[in-house]
Design a protein around this ligand. Structure first.
Ligand SMILES: [Zn+2]
Length: 277
């Protein structure tokens, strides 16, 4: 039996992982990771990510014949931690890039709101987030959402915008009810190392109680190490452990879980031509 897993959130391009990018990818593949999504955090990352994406062998006739997608997907956007380093003009530049590279960029991200940061950053965070969400709506792209102390504000913006293209609420933590509110808006919940901590009772309950169709897996490498690995650099190969923890919280057999999670990720990122919509 071979399982295929999709790391829906992995910062392979950040300095902690980039020097050993190929080794990390090989280690991840060895434990069943068959695809990953790298979201940008700042404008300086966009062009290098596009180049990484274009090195992917999706031009190969065999892949085209099987209608397979390349293994590495990318999302471009401005993360709230980097908001202060940009002006709103950056969203116009993002739009130009997205229009030129429609097929290479599967989502807008990582975007969102982080209200654990200093309050003086909130106004710029909010402006950049709303402009990027509006851009995603115009271009019909899903979004990759970052949240910290901001879930209600994200939901409010999604509803104000009538945003209907969905995406992934990355690094989900919260109750089943909090998760359901995003599912109702067309989002999947990104489940990562958080569920390996016994103290994450609410999040673990959400994994137990919400429908399987609600979830995708992620590592958020190099961040968010699992329980037992605190202080270490997280890597995409750890997705296999995230999956094991996920399996412990669900009644379905691992093969069924892996297949559903893979399908959920393909669907929300619109990578599978047979599951569009
Ligand atoms: Zn991230």
């Amino acid at each position: 039996m071979s399982l295929r897993l999709f790391d829906s959130h992995c910062h392979l391009n950040l300095p902690e992982l980039a020097p050993q990018m190929d080794a990390h990818w090989q280690a991840a593949q060895a434990v069943g990771v068959a695809a990953l999504l790298i979201p940008a955090v700042e404008q300086a990352a966009w062009q290098p990510l596009l180049q990484l994406r274009q090195q992917q062998p999706d031009w190969q006739p065999l892949l085209q014949l099987r209608q397979q997608q390349p293994d590495w997907q990318i999302a471009l956007g401005i993360h709230p931690w980097w908001a202060a380093q940009h002006s709103l003009q950056v969203v116009t530049e993002l739009e130009t890039m997205l229009r030129e590279q429609q097929d290479a960029i599967c989502a807008i991200g990582e975007i969102g709101l982080d209200f654990a940061l200093a309050p003086e950053t909130f106004s710029m965070q909010q402006q950049l987030f709303e402009a990027q969400l509006a851009l995603a709506a115009r271009l019909n792209k899903p979004v990759i959402l970052h949240h910290r102390k901001s879930q209600p504000h994200l939901l409010a913006a999604i509803k104000r915008e009538n945003f209907a293209d969905g995406g992934i609420l990355h690094a989900f933590s919260g109750s089943p009810e909090q998760g359901q509110a995003f599912i109702d808006c067309g989002f999947k919940l990104g489940i990562g190392g958080t569920i390996s901590y016994e103290r994450a009772a609410k999040t673990r309950r959400a994994v137990e109680q919400l429908p399987l169709s609600a979830f995708v897996l992620e590592t958020d490498a190099p961040a968010m190490p699992l329980a037992g690995f605190q202080g270490q650099t997280n890597t995409p190969a750890q997705l296999a452990l995230v999956f094991q923890h996920f399996c412990q919280l669900r009644p379905e057999p691992p093969e069924q879980l892996a297949e559903a999670l893979w399908h959920n990720t393909q669907q929300v990122l619109r990578l599978d031509p047979t599951s569009a919509g």
